[in-house]
Design a protein around this ligand. Structure first.
Ligand SMILES: NC(=O)c1ccc[n+]([C@@H]2O[C@H](COP(=O)([O-])OP(=O)(O)OC[C@H]3O[C@@H](n4cnc5c(N)ncnc54)[C@H](OP(=O)(O)O)[C@@H]3O)[C@@H](O)[C@H]2O)c1
Length: 240
């Protein structure tokens, strides 16, 4: 008997080459899920896929390019079959006070964090309905909390939370479950050099967030979730 209800399922994980996306894929693979990891850097997604305990696939893809996404999904279907789970973890985070916000900045953040999950969800909808599948949106506490110089990111994650709420309602009639996970500060490459080492050490570990995400996806289907917010025990910025 297989221990996990997810065993043998197929997942597409965007942003699967690093950080929270990779941590979610690793936890899913430990439950026997076959994961296709999408991200722009070929080396990152391919080496990440090679590290999974259940063999997966790394597919270099810019999620904002619908032609490349369609190509990627054809590869997923050819190699792994229909998709049961999509994890939207690709994201970018650039800080700028509103007075310095450029159109390029705004458009990139909205394109990756909001528009790409919308159209990937749409592209996978027939699979998700046919498989009674699941969608996991990696949102952010920034959807609900104001951090200075964060307006574009907050708008993208707020928009994602609203989109997810509606898709959850539509999905319910088709047996599709939608989960929105809203992490607080997590120690991943997204921070670049914007957070000093003691602050990074006080953040959540991506592995912890990834394990929780896999637990949520494995939870009995009679259980539905409001957006799940997780935060470090103390404010990491007080660790300086
Ligand atoms: N770390 C935190 O404190 C925190 C808190 C709340 C929410 N989150 C969210 O968690 C998610 C994962 O971020 P992370 O913290 O794990 O940082 P990360 O390691 O930088 O992961 C972001 C991933 O997104 C991918 N990505 C970015 N633009 C892409 C594009 N156009 N097409 C395809 N992939 C793209 C990156 O890969 P490539 O560069 O190879 O494309 C990277 O693997 C994001 O949605 C982020 O907003 C993070």
């Amino acid at each position: 008997m297989n221990a996990s209800p997810l065993h043998g399922r197929v997942a597409v994980v965007t942003g699967g080459g690093s950080g929270i996306g990779l941590a979610i894929a690793s936890s899913l693979a430990r439950r026997g899920v076959r994961c296709a990891l999408l991200g722009r850097r070929a080396e990152a997604v391919e080496s990440a896929a090679g590290s999974l305990v259940t063999p997966g696939l790394g597919i270099p893809t810019d999620v904002t390019d619908t032609t490349r996404v369609d190509d990627a999904l054809r590869r997923v279907h050819g190699h792994l079959g229909p998709v049961d789970i999509v994890v939207h973890a690709a994201g970018v985070f650039h800080k700028a006070p509103v007075g310095e916000l450029t159109a390029t900045h705004w458009q990139e953040v909205l394109a990756v964090n909001l528009t790409a999950p919308v159209f990937l969800t749409q592209a996978l909808w027939p699979d998700l309905v046919a498989q009674s599948g699941q969608i996991l949106f990696v949102g952010s506490i920034a959807a609900d909390r104001a951090f200075p110089a964060n307006s574009a990111y907050a708008a993208s994650k707020g928009g994602l939370a609203s989109f997810a709420r509606v898709v959850a309602e539509e999905g319910r009639d088709h047996g599709v479950r939608v989960i929105t996970l809203q992490p607080g500060q997590t120690d991943t490459p997204i921070w670049g050099d914007t957070a000093p080492r003691p602050v990074r050490r006080a953040m959540m570990r991506a592995e912890g967030v990834g394990a929780l995400a896999a637990d949520l996806l494995a939870t009995d289907r009679s259980v539905d979730f409001e957006p799940v917010t997780v935060v470090p025990p103390t404010d990491p910025w007080e660790a300086t």
